[in-house]
Design a protein around this ligand. Sequence first.
Ligand code: NDP
Length: 477
Amino acid sequence: MPVFEYAPAPESRAIANLKDSYKPFVNGEFVDGSGEPLKTVNPATEEVLAEVGTASKSDVDIAVKAARKAYTSVWSKMPGTERAKYLFRIARLIQERSRELAVLESLDNGKPIKESRDSDVPTAAAHFFYHAGWADKLAYAGYGPDPRPLGVAGQIIPWNFPLLMLAWKIAPALATGNTVVLKPAETTPLTALVFAEICQQAELPPGVVNILPGAGDIGASIVEHTDIDKIAFTGSTEVGKAIQRQVAGTAKKLTLELGGKAANIVFEDAPLDQAVEGIVNGIFFNQGHVCCAGSRLLVQESVAEEVLEKLRYRVSTLRIGDPLDKNTDIGAINSAEQLAKIRGLVESGDAEGAQRWTSPCPVPDRGFFFAPTVFANVQQSMRIAREEIFGPVLSVLTFRTPDEAVAKANNTPYGLSAGIWTEKGSRILWMANQLRAGVVWANTFNRFDPAAPFGGYQESGFGREGGRTGLEAYLSV
Ligand code: NDP
């Protein structure tokens, strides 16, 4: 079938209002951090986008003191009806500045503009709208007549959904009356610092939100600070485990949202064309930099060849390239380190005997790009079936019976998400009961809603974000 030629449709970079330099945000102001400034890079071109001031350990202390003061003197005393107005205002400002935020996110992270524009930024706004609604109704959330906030929350987020992860963390914390010290990832600090401008625009009381760019050691300083009451972390299982060890024996409350190796399970009775769209969305959305990505496809043996053929054709139509082009499906890998990690795991797949197919799509010469790849004949023992690749690489395994599908899907140390494709409702319910995963999607994948709790089992972490359940993580209950 012929594929249309596309004309370039680039979004204007000028919309991002990119500045030469950005600074940490403490006590309502942008301040000179005393850490070594970092340079944030556009992963699609490898050019430096801006210089970003970073925090040092002493800045962490200053930010925590500001957050504590804001907590005791203003925020924890404010009626929920008033807090709600600030959250609502922030949500509206995210909407007003959505194009700017989307372009900036795509520049700093490498994700396609159609994803930052249609998914990340609107969902971030939705989290603030949703939690604005809870702020004055906490007495009806099922946690007693007067649930109390915890105090100061230390929050550490990764680079794969920079603004959205910030919203997942800050919106529930503020709605429940906590104040925040947040560290964005080293490679993607920019939208968090524009969010700080939004806090100023919303006239949020100083100290309620503090944003400290910096490397992992600043994350560690936040975790070990003795005047922080709660730690919320999203990132790798390895760092999550280190944080859990650090927090052990203290009174700090902890939620961890870590890695995943989700099974996307396709039965022979599934609507296969629809399933192929779900498989593509499950693993190639955001270059596969998604903790709940459907990175292990389990397909029933009787339809395996047919599904693989349809899948390879569909994947070969994906366009890889300039993240700011509205026609781009797959943008840049976020960093040279992540690209090296993906390459290493793909080589292990070759060496262990899996059958690799890589899309023949043209790949840009400059920047960090990796063509969408599908491995067939994958065995459960292979590294590509066990480890989180966090890239546009799918591992395909087969099964014959529902029991075998469950056994293979659960054969992982993780447990964040899963997908089931079948036309039988009873099978969906039976499977969902057997799968050890925090989220199970049926005949769809990667659907997010602020009202739906999200979180994992086993090495995917613990605690839930979103929905009524997510409030609990920020309340003294
Ligand atoms: P990390 O877990 O290292 O980073 C997540 C956040 O934690 C970043 O803000 C990071 O800072 C910070 N951090 C790093 N070390 C510490 C520490 N000791 N204490 C507190 N905070 C710390 O993930 P990476 O970015 O290094 O990615 C590595 C791998 O992790 C990826 O290849 C992927 O497999 C997985 N990953 C999974 C994610 C998920 O959502 N499941 C998200 C991101 C990564 P800094 O940015 O400065 O390093």
